[in-house]
Design a protein around this ligand. Structure first.
Ligand code: ARE
Ligand code: CA
Length: 484
């Protein structure tokens, strides 16, 4: 459950938060596949409660009404089409699976697929679920429960969301059947929402009943789905992430906190020479890593002081470090613009999601940020693919916030977080030649639109990043030569 089964030569997953299935299919073909992205995390594909009372907030999708594949992102036909087209483009699909709970006690009760419910009586005819399928007696998780009481965290309601009992065979069957339908349609795995709130023993049974990935979609026979479980563990709680790592991968929330802290200037970059488990992070193969996610970019979930698209220069540097470094399985966030932390995606007055428009410089419009289309970000996916499974070598730092390292003999990256210029002759480990920095520009007809770096026969090159530069990163790799 710890192998994402990316197509060869591809890496890194992007969360296309609230995107429509047709748009994701287009994006796989026109951008993600050609740029070497590994996969897409999609918003929950199953029917959710429609919440007009809050003007269709993004979080209505975390309130399931049934396992019908009908949401604002599209219907079952469109879902199937997206998965097929993305797999053909070499890009895997990972749905967000909401299996801990159903809706809260909202005043509205109609779902995106037309299902209704009677929440005060735990009735969800679209599945169907009834009172016996939920944990009993009824209780709600309180803020203090996280520190003391694992049983309450798992058997009581998260934010008043009706808490399913995954210990019963009937509930397990509904969940397994839902996930297996998605696997048969060609998905490569799942994010398990609120995994902390389910018993590891129950999840283990559920995972063991999942089908192998569909060989008709290009997966090797016998492949198990990639599973990454959302467990927020910053320490000091009754439920620990280690209870889940024997089952499958786990979201590593410390990763984004530490890198945000460092790239905001609150911790010297030189310390990143030991980046990985030495920082208290999970073992490499257990960790799904990211800077921000859809919750903490807007103060939900663990909150904290996370870099987001709103602090673009530092954010791009933190993302570049994540993609340049071999530790972890990186995930990128792709957002819609927001100020109101509850607001849903760009939509018309019927509540239909408005598609992103694509500008000539690759960026998005119509209210979509599309971080994954920012040049320094997508070009670092190319860097990661060129680096392959090499380790970190030839680390250099200036004792402060200027750092550089190589990935084998394939790729070189430098960062300048100091307020003065980086101007050094550094070992790049690359074959002699002229390379285009993929951060400040790109290769265009035999020359570079940004900085060019000339590597000598000893592998050394003059590297310069000044504090006034648009980005605090410089990256070159075998493949970014100006003449190929
Ligand atoms: C909404 C309303 C609530 C209302 C509820 C029911 O906001 O006021 O009571 O509906 O009517 C998302 C939103 C929620 C939203 C929910 C359902 O964030 O605001 O509730 O959708 O619409 C904990 C969990 C963690 C969870 C975070 C948010 O452990 O699993 O809270 N994250 C996932 C998703 C969210 C989603 C859900 C779960 C629910 O990523 O997007 O909620 O499906 C400490 C603990 C953490 C805890 C954190 C916050 O840091 O360590 O474990 O996270 O506090 O409580
Ligand atoms: Ca639960």
């Amino acid at each position: 459950y710890k192998n994402p089964y990316y197509a060869s030569g591809h890496s890194a997953m992007v969360h296309l938060f609230e995107w429509k299935w047709d748009d994701i299919a287009d994006e796989c073909e026109r951008f993600l596949g050609p740029k070497g992205f590994g996969g897409v995390q999609i918003s929950p594909p199953n029917e959710n409660l429609v919440i007009w009372g809050k003007n269709r907030p993004w979080w209505e999708r975390y309130q399931p009404m049934s396992y019908k594949l009908v949401t604002r992102s599209g219907n079952e036909q469109q879902f199937a089409d997206m998965v097929r087209r993305c797999n053909n483009a070499g890009v895997r699909i990972y749905p967000d699976a909401i299996i801990n709970h159903m809706t809260g006690n909202d005043p509205e009760n109609v779902g995106t697929g037309g299902s209704t419910g009677d929440f005060h009586n735990w009735q969800y005819p679209g599945v169907p679920y009834g009172r016996n399928d939920f944990n009993w007696p009824h209780c709600v998780i309180g803020g203090n429960d996280y520190a003391c009481c694992a049983d309450r965290v798992r058997n009581c309601e998260l934010a008043g969301l009706k808490d399913l009992n995954q210990g019963t065979e009937y509930v397990r069957d509904q969940i397994v059947n839902y996930m297996n339908r998605l696997i048969d349609l060609g998905v490569a795995g799942f994010r398990i929402d609120a995994a902390k709130h389910m018993w590891p023993g129950d999840l283990s049974v559920i995972y063991s009943r999942l089908h192998n990935l569909n060989t008709a979609h290009g997966f090797p026979s016998g492949s198990r789905p990639y599973i990454y479980q959302e467990v927020i563990d910053l320490g000091g709680e009754a439920v620990r992430r280690e209870e889940y790592t024997s089952l499958a991968a786990v979201t590593e929330f410390k990763f984004g906190l530490e890198l945000s802290n460092a790239f905001k200037g609150n911790n010297q970059l030189k310390w990143l020479s030991t980046w990985g488990p030495a920082w208290g992070l999970l073992p490499h193969e257990d960790a799904l890593t990211f800077i921000d996610n859809h919750d903490n970019q807007r103060g939900h979930g663990a909150g904290g002081n996370i870099l987001t698209y709103k602090q673009a220069k530092q954010y791009k540097a933190a993302i570049a470090f994540m993609l340049a470094h071999p530790y972890g399985e990186p995930q990128l966030m792709s957002s819609f613009d927001f100020w109101d932390t509850e607001a849903g995606p760009p939509m018309d007055h019927h509540g239909n999601i408005i598609s992103p428009s694509i500008n000539s410089d690759n960026t998005c419009g119509n209210g979509w940020i599309c971080e994954h289309r920012w040049r320094p970000i997508y070009q670092m996916v190319g860097f990661r693919n060129a680096a392959g499974n090499t380790g970190v070598n030839d680390w250099w730092d200036n004792g402060s916030n200027q750092i550089a390292f190589c990935r084998g003999g394939n790729a070189f990256v430098a960062f300048n977080g100091d307020s003065w210029a980086l101007n050094e002759s550094l070992q790049t480990c690359l074959p002699a030649g002229t390379y285009c920095d993929v951060i400040s520009g790109e290769k265009s007809h035999h020359s570079c639109t940004g900085k060019a770096v000339t590597v000598g026969h000893d592998g050394r090159a003059h590297i310069s990043i000044s504090p006034g530069d648009f980005d605090m990163v410089l990256a070159i790799y075998v493949g970014s030569e100006s003449r190929l």
